[in-house]
Design a protein around this ligand. Structure first.
Ligand code: NAD
Length: 344
């Protein structure tokens, strides 16, 4: 077996339908909460207020955590003398809580409403004048995560599918991560199988049923845990580069690239790793399953469909080959150009 290093993070996870009712009791440990979430979480804020939780509700949430919004949230947090940050929402709400926690070292309680997985990681990201800057800081790792499937059930089927494909990408790279470990790898393979079943069921039902949603949320939890435990590789760098450099939809780029990246890595994966993909995705050509899962759920499968211009392929390959990082397949500018062309 390959030698490995494994670090688990300290986080208390509560999972199950109706768990949101336990939030007021969980927050009793802190005198005052800054609750971060859009108008969509009015019901959850009401639940907290009815239970007597002292809170201020910060409703401004913007994708990719803009610097100016972070400054505003910091001011409000200080003025309200909040002692805990409660993020109720998708990756954007959790991301804002992380940006505040990074400065003020306050604990975060996260209640995800999508399958993004940010709640399980110590990764933060803030968008400034020069684009999105990301980093790792244990202070931003949520202390408590409450997964209540009733809160993700409101997603329309395509949002649920693209969010689940985002979770799938964490699991995919967790399996072949060069700095991975055997524990995370097995968790990732298990999660991939769960998400595959969930995405197939979502496509055939045409709606997010409670059963399918619970399955996808469990897979998302596993995806977040994997993302927090091992450094990601080519797929995440490519999604970040294409999304950031050309302003493409984050979830769309993730969805399109996955199957192409897996096929690109395939010749460089060991037999045991390949078996994990074959078994969890149920095919000798697992990259085709990833493409089918996207297609059957009405998601894009080509980069052109998410807005990349053909002329940007060479530029993307050039940007990506400038900063090397560990990856199973060697990364050359020409190889990346061919990868993006195939995905185009
Ligand atoms: P998001 O929070 O912006 O949510 C996407 C959309 O779904 C928004 O319009 C939101 O209002 C809506 N939404 C959220 N919950 C809903 C629900 N239950 N029903 C209906 N609509 C709902 O984004 P996201 O997709 O959750 O996450 C993506 C973001 O998270 C990206 O910015 C990504 O970079 C970040 N992210 C960070 C990490 C990390 O570890 N730091 C991990 C994964 C993703």
């Amino acid at each position: 077996m390959k030698p490995f290093t494994y670090q688990s993070r300290q986080v208390e996870v509560h999972f199950g339908a109706g768990k949101i009712k336990e939030l007021p009791a969980l927050l009793q440990a802190w005198p005052r909460a800054l609750v971060i979430g859009t108008e969509r979480i009015a019901g959850q804020v009401q639940l907290l207020q009815d239970a007597g939780t002292s809170l201020y509700w910060f409703k401004d949430v913007v994708q990719h955590v803009p610097e100016a919004l972070v400054a505003k949230a910091l001011d409000v947090c200080k003025a309200e003398e909040a002692s805990v940050l409660v993020a109720i929402g998708g990756g954007s709400a959790v991301g804002l809580a992380k940006a505040v926690a990074r400065e003020l070292r306050l604990p975060i309680v996260a209640v995800p409403t999508t399958y993004a997985g940010s709640e399980m990681t110590d990764i933060w990201g803030i968008t400034g004048a020069n684009g999105k800057v990301t980093g790792k800081d244990l202070a931003v790792q949520p202390r408590v995560v409450l997964y209540d499937p009733d809160l993700t059930l409101g997603m329309r089927p395509t949002l649920a599918a693209s969010s689940a494909m985002n979770a799938m990408a964490h699991l995919m790279e967790g399996i072949y991560a060069p700095a991975g470990n055997v524990l995370t790898m097995h968790l990732a393979a298990q999660g991939m199988g769960i998400l595959r079943e969930g995405l197939e069921a979502l496509a055939s039902a045409g709606e997010l049923t409670p059963e399918v949603n619970e399955k996808l949320l469990l897979g998302a939890f596993m995806g977040g845990k994997v993302l927090g435990e091992v450094p990601m590789a080519l797929h995440h760098k490519a999604a970040h580069t294409l999304g950031g450099s050309f302003g493409l939809d984050h979830a769309g780029v993730h969805t399109v690239l996955q199957s192409h990246v897996l096929q690109f890595q395939w010749p460089y994966l060991g037999e045991a790793v390949r078996r994990m993909f074959v078994e969890s995705l149920g095919s000798e050509s697992p990259w085709l399953v990833l493409q089918d899962l996207a297609r059957m759920n009405g998601l894009p499968t080509q980069l052109r469909a998410v807005g990349l211009a053909e002329s940007q392929i060479a530029e993307a390959a050039a940007i990506m080959s400038k900063a090397p990082y560990p990856n199973p397949a060697p990364l050359t500018e020409e190889g990346l150009r061919l990868l993006f062309k195939a995905a185009y």
